[in-house]
Design a protein around this ligand. Structure first.
Ligand code: SF4
Length: 362
């Protein structure tokens, strides 16, 4: 059981810092969904004084996209620029690249001995990926099958007490807890546990849909990027899905979903609820009464989004103009991440009866 006390999660006699590990696959420039689903929360935790470790999950990227890596380095750079633009402060949190810390591979290997193939095959997100990417289950790679073990290694290496996730990622945190428990049980009978059992920290706002009402994805062309100008935002919002039955300006509209009619709800209203929480009820009431037309509502939303993203755009422009400063942030983050990871692996090796790193260097 976890006891929260003075910012420290105490568990089974061992104290671990209140720390999050959260990462993203490097997909280049980020969109509003990444901001609402993760970045905004990361910044909030940073401001609340948490110890934040944020990882560019480039090895994870290879589990489903190893054929063409030509854009990988520029995608990493652009994504970190967006992290900084969103308000992450590299002095208060650690921004690093997974492949720059070799200990992730070592711990992944060791943890992979503690889990069965059948357990990994039961993870629902793996099944969903196989379905969504139209993969043949019999041909998925050894690395893909084990990607949740790599995720567990990512989390445990930094002894994260919490992992911010959406509902779909909770089974991964559960596997991480199982592996931590198993490791501590097998190797820490006569010592303090090496690993905490991290808690899943559910993201508060449900995932934003894309402008067309489907899952938000750059490959579907339905996103607003953090880097978009006010003009680009306005042009994109004009295309947003609304209520198809609201044809004339004064027709009553349906801002919310109408499942009986297959209407998933107006996207403009969904974005209003997120970015204009004080005014969204009025938007909905006027829409239903037929006193608000879609064109002015979209125009208003564009202004709201442009204003909300203005500080992000401003910071983005500053970091984009100085690529070497971004490289320095990453190099410093890699160094700080490595220091923590090496210390954890010293404990892991000692607990497992493996030779310490210092002995291997000889
Ligand atoms: S008026 Fe606004 S909330 Fe109503 S359907 Fe049109 S865009 Fe959506």
């Amino acid at each position: 059981m976890t006891v929260e006390r003075d910012g420290v999660a105490a568990r089974a006699g061992a104290a671990f810092p209140r720390r999050i590990l959260s990462g993203m696959r490097p997909t280049g420039r980020l969109h509003l969904g990444n901001y609402v689903g993760a970045l905004e929360n990361w910044v909030r935790l940073q401001e609340a004084g948490w110890s934040n470790f944020h990882m560019v999950a480039d090895w994870h990227m290879l589990t489903t996209g190893h054929e063409d890596t030509s854009a990988l380095q520029s995608d990493i750079h652009e994504m970190v620029v967006d992290w900084l633009a969103a308000g992450l402060d590299p002095k208060r949190c650690v921004l690093f690249v997974q492949s720059a810390v070799q200990e992730h591979a070592e711990l992944h290997l060791l943890l992979s001995m503690l889990v069965s193939k059948a357990r990994l095959e039961r993870i629902p997100t793996l099944k969903e990926q196989i379905r969504d990417l139209h993969l043949d289950e019999a041909t998925i790679s050894y690395g893909h099958l084990g990607y949740s073990v790599l995720q567990a290694a990512d989390i445990l290496l930094y002894k994260a007490s919490h992992v911010p996730v959406g509902e779909d990622q909770v089974p991964h945190v559960e596997l991480t807890r199982e592996l931590a428990r198993r490791f501590n049980f097998l190797y820490c009978q006569d010592r303090e546990p090496v690993f905490p059992e991290p808690e899943a920290q559910l993201t508060a706002f449900p995932r934003l849909r894309g402008l067309d009402g489907s899952r938000m994805s750059k490959s579907l062309g339905n996103t607003i990027l953090l880097a978009d100008s006010p003009e680009e935002i306005a042009a994109k919002v004009k295309q947003a899905y609304t209520d198809p039955k609201k044809i004339r300006a004064n027709d009553p509209g349906r801002p919310d979903a109408d499942p009986l009619d297959g209407h998933p709800g107006c996207v403009v209203y969904e974005y209003q609820r997120k970015f204009n929480p004080g005014g969204a009820a009025d938007v909905a009431a006027r829409c239903r009464a037929g006193t608000l037309a879609c064109v002015p509502d979209k125009g208003h939303l564009s202004e709201v989004l442009a204003a909300a993203l203005a500080p992000v755009r401003e910071r983005r422009a500053r970091w984009s103009a100085d690529p070497s400063a971004v490289r320095d942030v990453i190099a410093d983050g890699n160094r700080r991440a490595r220091a923590v990871a090496e210390a954890t692996m010293d404990e892991v090796r000692s607990a497992m009866g493996l030779k310490p790193r210092a002995a291997l260097a000889r």
